[in-house]
Design a protein around this ligand. Structure first.
Ligand code: AMP
Length: 181
């Protein structure tokens, strides 16, 4: 977890290398669905370009299908999921059904204005249509309203690892690894 721009994707790529596990980014999966013009992609497209969340049932179907595949048996990192309390509850049910266990929930923290600056730069470099200042603000607001409550949720479960997300990339990876092991 972490507000848009905190570096979830960048850190996820590094952590999966360290732990030799699979990286599952729901944002990436949705962007692929849009590219392929699938039914899910068509449903998700408008929400994503408005900076809003895609409905929980769509996400829970995607995640159930993906983590039930054999290649997930040796571990995976969910990047950008869950993002709401119903998604977290749904994940618990799915994992229970297929005999998986959540080991940890990492929350990356950072100053919001710094993140907006970073995202505007990313938008210019990557051409992601949801990295414009207006959509970024919307995504930040949604994070604080809908996703931040998960921090308390995972704290209560004893799974939360809070990590300072400001600093250089390798340093943050080290902090995350230290929190996980
Ligand atoms: P991300 O690449 O994680 O920043 O996700 C980009 C966009 O995909 C988000 O702004 C949402 O519109 C959508 N999305 C990704 N993951 C989720 C999720 N778990 N729940 C709802 N929408 C999601």
């Amino acid at each position: 977890m972490g507000p848009p721009g905190v570096g979830k994707g960048t850190q996820a790529e590094r952590i999966i290398e360290e732990l030799n596990i699979i990286h599952l980014s729901t944002g990436e999966i949705l962007r692929d669905e849009i590219k392929n013009q699938s039914d899910v992609g068509i449903k998700a497209k408008q929400c994503m370009s408005d900076g809003k969340l895609v409905p929980d049932d769509v996400l829970l179907d995607i995640v159930r299908n993906r983590i039930s595949k054999k290649d997930c048996n040796h571990g995976y990192l969910l990047d950008g999921f869950p993002r709401t309390l119903p998604q977290a509850e749904g994940l618990k049910v799915i994992m229970h059904d297929i005999g998986h266990k959540l080991d940890a929930a990492v929350s990356l923290t950072a100053d919001e204005n710094e993140l907006i600056k970073r995202l505007v730069i990313r938008g210019k470099d990557s051409g992601r249509s949801d990295d414009t200042p207006e959509v970024i603000r919307k995504r930040q607001q949604i994070y604080w309203k809908q996703t931040a409550p998960l921090i308390d949720h995972y704290k209560k479960d004893g799974l939360l690892k809070e990590v300072d997300g400001l600093g250089n990339i390798p340093e943050i990876t080290k902090r995350i690894m230290k929190a996980l092991i």
